[in-house]
Design a binder for this molecule. Structure first.
Ligand code: TIU
Length: 222
C-alpha cells in the first residue's frame, strides 16, 4: 500500500487493485481547431492537463497498473444518440454533423480519437461511451470487477462534466476515486475549482483530490 497525500486525507493506494482512468482526452475536446474550440472555448485550459497526465500515465504503466481510456461518442448511424443530446444547445454544427475534424463525436472520426500525446498502448482497454458517465451503457464495471479493481486514479476532461459524472457513478458502485487536479481540466476556471471542491467536501463525499506530483511521490514498489 502506498500513501498518496491528498484531500480530505491521504489516499491508501493499492497498485494491484487500482486502475488509472484517462477520461475523454479526445482531439475534439482538447485540440486547437476542434469541436470544443469551435464552440468558443479556450482549449488551453484543457491542454495544460496533457503534460501532467502523460507523466502519470508513464508512471502507472511502469507500476503495472491497469490503464483504461474512455472516449465520448456515438455510432456512425447515431442510433445510440438520444434526441435530447442531439438537440441540446441549438448548435449549427452539433453531434453527428460535419465538424472541423470529421463528424462531431462520431466513432472512427479523427476528432473523436484520443490526442497523440496520450495514445493508448497496445492492450489498454478503450471504453467508448455514449454518455457523460463512463459507466452508463458500457462494460466498464465488468472490466474493472473482473480484474479485481476497487480504486481509480482519475485524469481527463472536463472536470465538472465527464470526470465528475464518472466519479459519482464509480463512488455509488463502491470504487474509491482519487482525482489529480492538474490532470483534469475545465473550460471554466470557476467550475474546475467547484467540481474538485464537491468531490473532496464532507469527508470526501465522492472521493479524494491530489495532484500528479503527490501521486508520483508515492512509493512505486508498494
Ligand atoms: N467529456 C466531456 O466532459 N464531455 C463534454 O461534453 N464536456 C463538456 O464540458 N462539454
Amino acid at each position: 500500500m502506498a500513501k498518496v497525500e491528498a484531500q480530505p486525507y491521504e489516499f491508501e493506494l493499492e497498485p494491484k487493485r487500482c486502475a488509472l482512468m484517462v477520461i475523454d482526452m479526445q482531439r475534439d475536446f482538447v485540440d486547437r481547431g476542434g469541436f470544443g474550440e469551435a464552440l468558443g472555448n479556450d482549449v488551453s485550459l484543457l491542454r495544460k492537463a496533457i503534460g501532467p497526465t502523460r507523466t502519470v500515465l508513464d508512471a502507472a504503466r511502469a507500476r503495472r497498473m491497469l490503464v483504461i481510456h474512455t472516449r465520448e461518442g456515438h455510432r456512425p448511424d447515431l442510433s445510440d444518440l438520444p434526441q435530447n443530446k442531439k438537440l441540446r444547445g441549438r448548435l449549427k454544427a452539433g453531434i453527428g454533423d460535419p465538424g472541423p475534424m470529421g463528424r462531431i463525436l462520431v466513432r472512427g472520426e479523427y476528432g473523436h480519437d484520443i490526442v497523440d500525446e496520450l495514445k493508448p498502448a497496445a492492450g489498454e482497454p478503450v471504453v467508448d461511451k455514449p454518455g457523460k458517465g463512463a459507466f452508463y451503457a458500457t462494460d466498464l464495471d465488468s472490466l474493472l470487477r473482473n480484474r479485481g479493481i476497487g480504486q481509480l486514479v482519475v485524469c481527463g476532461v472536463t472536470t465538472e462534466v465527464c470526470v465528475n459524472t464518472t466519479v459519482r457513478e464509480a463512488n455509488d458502485r463502491g470504487y474509491d476515486c482519487l482525482v489529480l487536479e492538474d490532470c483534469v481540466g475545465s473550460y471554466f476556471p470557476e467550475f474546475q475549482k467547484a467540481a474538485l471542491d464537491m468531490i473532496k467536501a464532507q469527508g470526501g463525499i465522492f472521493g479524494w483530490v491530489s495532484d500528479s506530483r503527490r501521486f508520483l511521490a508515492a512509493p512505486a514498489n508498494a
